[in-house]
Every structure is written in structure tokens, then in C-alpha cells.
Design a protein around this ligand. Sequence first.
Ligand code: NAD
Ligand code: IPM
Ligand code: MN
Length: 341
Amino acid sequence: DHITRIALIPGDGAGPEVMAEAEPLLEWARARGRRLEAERLPYGADHFLATGETLPEAAYADLRDRFDAILFGAVGDPRVPDGRHAEEILLRLRQGLELTVNFRPCRPLPGTRMAGLHLEVFRENTEGAYCLQGSSEPGRAVDLAVHTEGAVRRLLEAAFLRARARGCTLTLAHKANVLKHGHGLWLRVFQDLRAAHPEVPARGMHADALLCALVQDPAPFGVIAADNYLGDLISDLTAAFAGGMGTAPSLSWAPHRPFRCAVLAEPVHGSAPDIAGQGLANPVGMILSTALLFRHLGWETEARAVEEAVAATLRDGARTSDLGGNLSTGEMGTAIREQLP
Ligand code: NAD
Ligand code: IPM
Ligand code: MN
């Protein structure tokens, strides 16, 4: 009779607006008998500007050891131009909790241009170009990218397992022709796992050629695995296939479960400062991320019910303005909740 403890971090800009449409889903799951407890945490730009704190060490340790999951909105604020708080909150959580796998599915919604497509990006989430090591001097700047076999293997294993379960193709995006060391390591681990999973049709592709092929025809692709930086780029492209930034969900997890808190759900989009505070943000990416979290927690009926409620709402023609409709964030969230059993 374990109680699942979920931390909510709405963050900045459109983050709290979309989080407000996800939070009632936790209450709904609880009413259906799921044992969960949610606690909202204030970290983000307002808190940083008021207190100087980004994610205090004690709060980080509390999240790591006393929660099971994190539901995250977005961070990023024009008042913090160097993005320091985003780094110390979001990247700290991804890297500190070793959330190696960032799963970004693309399932274009009914009535959208690419309905029927089922593409999934497995993005390494903790290292590569995001290791935050480098230096600047006048006229010269260095950003290091560090790849370790442990994280690469965990990410690729998750991608192979998923492609096997779906019976679909797996494509590794890389630039090993240039990034000989880092992506060379990726290719070696990939070849190793391909030998262990001969039933999965798997191949590597240069990432530039992959992007061209994806835009021309994404249908042949099932699972795409990529390092942190390439995965970031590819998953915004696939978000466009699914209807745009506001619709894309993501889930990050630590397959090796080093800590109690081993999963974080967040939409692919950011704090959308250009539309924040106006009720224009599409809550679908956030709501579908919550469904991914439910599935990860073993709450399959709730996950499916939320996904079906989103699909039914869109089939009815309800849309926010990014998809050509006129509903506000709150109206869209309400319309989706009205479809729930
Ligand atoms: P963004 O995703 O915030 O916005 C890109 C475009 O998509 C904008 O035109 C925006 O209006 C639109 N958009 C985003 N979310 C939407 C939604 N829910 N509904 C409708 N339209 C939506 O990316 P950006 O503009 O490059 O970055 C803005 C800030 O967010 C930056 O500070 C960036 O670092 C941060 N960011 C944070 C995350 C995160 O927390 N995971 C992700 C991406 C960007
Ligand atoms: C994302 C975002 C982040 C990233 C930023 C905000 C650090 O773009 O979640 O895709 O690059 O990972
Ligand atoms: Mn991104």
C-alpha cells in the first residue's frame, strides 16, 4: 500500500498555466482509487529573483529521496538571461537523478496533417553536449561533450527493448564521421546491442541525412535514438509532425533506479515567453506527459483514459489558437476533463 509521492514544479511562463490543467488529473486518479500525494514546489524564476535560490541542495535531496516522481512545467525567463536557474533546476534534476532516458513520442492527433504516424525519440538526457564543461577566452570558446558507455548503453537498451516490443525499426542518429570519439562510442555500443537483438531492424544514419529523410517521409521510422543534443533537435522536429510545440509530451526515467525518485514528466516545449500569461498555451503536451507518467507508474487504465480524452476532444474540433482554434488554456483543459470517465 505504497503511496506515490509526486512533486509538482510548474516553473515559469506558460509552465504554471499548463500545469494548472494537469493537476486536476492527479485528483481524478486519486478519486479512482490510485494512492498518490502531490506537493507543489515553488522553484523557478520568481523564486530565484526573490530569494537568490535556484534548487537548494536540501530540496534536491528531498526530491531525490522522498518523492517517487516529478511533474514539471517549464523553466526559462527573460529576466534571467543566462538561464542559470533553468540549468540548476531542470538540468540538475535530469543529471543528478540520472534520468538517462528521455522518451518523446510523436503520435499526431486526429484531424491533424500526419494522423496515424507513430514515431518515438529516445534521447539521452544527462550528458553529451549538456555536460556544461567548457571555457571562453577572447576569440575562442570551447564546449565539451562527454559521452560515457554506461549512459549510452542504458539509453540504447531502452530503445532496443521498445523497438522489439513494437516490432518496429530502430534508427540511431549520429555524426560519427565527424564526432569520431563520442559518436564512435555510440556506434560501438549500438553494434554490440544489435548483435544481441537480431530481431530488431536497426541501423545507424548520419543525423543530417536522417533529418532530410524524416521531413520527406517519416512513416518508415519507428524508434529513433540519439544523443542529448541531436535528440533535442530531432524531438522538436517530430513535435511539428504532431501538431506543434504545444502538443508534444515527454517522460524521462532512470532505468537503473539509483534513487527513489526515478521519473520526471514534462512537455517538450519551454516557457513560451511570447505567449505566456495570456491563456494561449496549449495544455495538450502537459496533459499527455501526465498520461505517460500514469503509464510508467503502472496506472494503464488512467493513462489510456487521458489519452483517449485528448483524442476525443480534438476529434470534436476543440482547439487552442496554436492549432487554429479559439479555446483558452483553461477551456481546453476543461474540455479534455469532460471526456474522462
Ligand atoms: P518554447 O518551447 O518556449 O517556445 C517555442 C515556440 O513554441 C514559441 O513560439 C511558443 O509560443 C510556442 N509554444 C511553446 N509552448 C507552447 C504551448 N504549450 N502552446 C502553444 N504554443 C507553444 O521555446 P523557446 O522560445 O526557444 O524558449 C523559451 C524559454 O523556454 C527559454 O528560456 C528556454 O530556455 C526555455 N525552455 C525550457 C524548456 C523546459 O523547461 N523543458 C524547454 C524548451 C525551452
Ligand atoms: C528541452 C529544452 C531543454 C533542453 C532546455 C530548456 C535546457 O529545450 O527540454 O528540450 O535543451 O533539453
Ligand atoms: Mn528542446
